[in-house]
Every structure is written in C-alpha cells, then in structure tokens.
Design a protein around this ligand. Structure first.
Ligand SMILES: Cc1ncc(COP(=O)(O)O)c(C=O)c1O
Length: 334
C-alpha cells in the first residue's frame, strides 16, 4: 500500500463507477474523449464527495467518544447534508450551522437535512465559524461531547479520503486500459484537491490536474490548499504533492449564481448521458471543462471527477424552469 491506513467508518461500501461519456464527448465535438468518476454515486444521502472525508472523520469522532457531529456550510451545503446522514448512520446527534435564513418551505439539501434528523442553526449576518464555536461550547456545557468538523470536512484527515480515492481511480484506469491526460474537478474548501494532489504524486501521475474554482480567486484558494495539501501529505508520510492548475475564470457572478454556462453544462450532461450535475459545483466545473475543450486546451482522454451535489437542483427550481432555459438551447437537440 502506498499510504498508511487509518480507521474508517463504513460510508463508502466499495469503489464508485468510472466510465466513458460517448454521447457527451460527441456533443462537445472537440476531438477529446471524456470519462467520468461517479462520486455522485457514493451510497448515502444521495451521494457526493464528502462521504469520502466523513468515512475517516466519523471514525475519529467515534474513537474520541463523541456524542454529536457539528459542522457548518452554506444553506444548500452538500457537506452538511452528507454529515447529517453520516451522523444518523453512526448513531450520533448532528448540529448544522447554516449560512442564511430559514425558508418557509425547506427545499433541496435543507429538506434532506431535516429528514436525516439534524438540528439546524441559522447564522445570517453572523460569522458561521464563530457561531459553530459558540454552539460547541454550549453543547459541552450541557454535558455533550461534540466533534467539530470544519467547513467542507477539509482537514488533513478528511483529505486522506481523496488520496485513497486517487488510488481507487488509478486502479480502475489501469484495469480499463486508459491513461488520463487531464483530470478536471471542482475545488472549494480544498480537501478534495489536497487528497487528489497527494494521491497523484504518490502514483506517478503524468497528466494535469485542473481545479475549476467555484468561489475564490486562484491566489486565495492557494492560501487554503497549500497548507492543507502539505499537512495531508505529512499525515500520509509523503513529502510531495502533484501541482494543480487552478482556473478562476469561471466564477461568473459568484458562488451559487447559476448562469448560461452552468445551464448548458447541466443540460448537456443530462440530455446526452442521463447524469445530473449540480448548479453550484459540478455544473460550473463542467462548464469550465467545456470551455477549455473548445479552446483546445485539454488533451484526450479527459476525466471529469463528479463530486455530487444534484440535490441542490431542487433549490434552483425557478432558474431551471425558466422558459428560455429549457426551450432555447438549439445546440442540445438530440
Ligand atoms: C458537489 C461538490 N463538489 C465539490 C465540492 C468541493 O470540494 P472541497 O470542499 O473538498 O474542495 C463540494 C464542496 O462542498 C461539493 O459539495
């Protein structure tokens, strides 16, 4: 084994599928073959990348005798939804500090947070990290043993999940006889990127890793991923990590604002392959992939690492149902 092993709590149950996207590749018409790694199909809470981190974080929480998981995120946080499910599976309480205000009719991820039995704490103008610290202190004062998980589960231990995910991919790619030249994914809190970078270095990857930023400039993202990647490598006994090319040209009007590029990407994947990308992360990352491919900047074969998020589609009903959106996309006719 390339890495030392760490205790896990079973939230994965096996590798996620890797397969090609022939109809999407044909639609793209850029002379490249696109494949997909289906981390949207991890087995709990409608899937997503956070379960790979939580498999290590929940094991650590149980080891420390925790009674509750506490974490934070945007209102439509996929991380919070998966944490709520992981807590249910592990028999732990779950407290979520969500940015924003409660809606009359909770939709998308918030609806699912409720279904998983999480207690929601809304922090509007308040700093969510400070709100989480206050919540943890309050739970401790009440005799509970909360286990605090920072934004996105992006600690070095959480990122270990993506170093192992890279080994999983490397084995599947070898078995399929494919050597990826470019790998595209959506980084945000940095854990996915840190793990992939350590994994890629450890397996002697020779292609390129592309992170399509969804919320931050490349320089700001680097201040997060740089130290996190180094700490993840150290935890895994490695001295090096693979470089990641960060693209911050696709931020549009900002985090969570779906526009024409994301819509095109979501529709292309849905109508050509029957796969759902999300409005915030994977839709934007796929839009970046599409643009880079059209500019001739990607080399075949390309891997799109799907990190989940589709439940958020149900919080974007208005944007998705706009007449112009669904009817006026001639390039997407079958
Ligand atoms: C669907 C989806 N993709 C990508 C990411 C980014 O992953 P990370 O936070 O590890 O950078 C997230 C994080 O919230 C996500 O929910």
């Amino acid at each position: 084994m390339v890495f030392p092993t760490f205790p896990t709590f079973p939230l994965l149950l096996g590798p996620t599928p890797l397969h090609d996207l022939p109809r999407f590749s044909a639609w793209l018409n850029a002379g490249i073959e696109v494949w997909i790694k289906r981390d949207d199909l991890t087995p709990y809470a409608l899937g997503g990348n956070k379960l790979r981190k939580l498999t290590y974080l929940v094991a650590d929480a149980l080891d420390k005798g925790a009674t509750d998981l506490v974490t934070t995120g945007a209102a439509q946080s996929n991380h919070c939804r998966q944490t709520a499910a992981a807590a249910a599976r592990a028999g732990l309480g779950c407290h979520l500090v969500l940015r924003g205000r409660p809606e009359d009719r909770p939709g998308g991820n918030v609806l699912l947070d409720h279904l998983f039995g999480a207690t929601l704490h809304w922090a509007d103008a308040q700093d969510t990290t400070a709100a989480m610290a206050a919540l943890v202190a309050g739970l401790e004062a009440a005799g509970r043993r909360p286990y605090a998980i920072p934004l996105g589960g992006s600690t070095p231990l959480g990122a270990v999940g993506y170093a192992f995910a890279w080994l999983e991919l490397a084995e599947q790619a070898r078995a399929a006889g494919v050597t990826f030249a470019d790998v595209v994914f959506a980084p945000s809190s940095g854990g996915t990127q840190a793990g992939l970078a350590v994994g890629a270095a450890a397996t002697g990857f020779t292609g390129r890793l592309h992170g399509i930023s969804v919320d931050r400039s490349a320089a700001v993202l680097e201040t997060i991923t740089g130290p996190l990647t180094a700490a993840t490598a150290a935890l895994l006994g490695r001295a090096d990590a693979y470089p990641v090319v960060i693209h911050d040209a696709y931020l549009g009007a900002g985090y969570g604002v779906m526009a024409a590029a994301e819509r095109e990407a979501i529709l292309a994947l849905a109508r050509r392959e029957g796969i759902l990308a999300d409005p915030v992360y994977t839709g934007r990352a796929l839009a970046g992939l599409i643009d880079l491919a059209r500019r001739g900047e990607l080399r075949s074969p390309v891997l799109f690492w799907h990190t989940g998020g589709a439940p958020a589609l149900f919080a974007y009903e208005r944007e998705l149902l706009e007449g112009a959106f669904l009817s006026n996309v001639p390039a997407l006719e079958r």
